[in-house]
Write a protein that binds this ligand. Sequence first.
Ligand code: ZN
Length: 88
Amino acid sequence: MPTNMMEWGFVVVFFLLPGTIGAWIAHTKGRNPFLWFLLNALFAPTVMITAFQRPLRPVEGHYRQCPKCSEFSKWRETSCRFCGTGLS
Ligand SMILES: [Zn+2]
């Protein structure tokens, strides 16, 4: 266990921070935030995998799924960035 502020700082920067960021990104993509928290906290570079993977399902406020080509677009986009179909 960490015994002083320096060690706590190390734990936060190298484990809790990537873990929390990864869990949040996973949440926005409809994935399991607890699983991704653990993975990203144990091995920080896996945050990149979390950031670049496709969403699993549409998540309100984050991603929409195109009804025509079933690709995902950002929630704020009004038309599919792959085929141009209007999203609502
Ligand atoms: Zn589309």
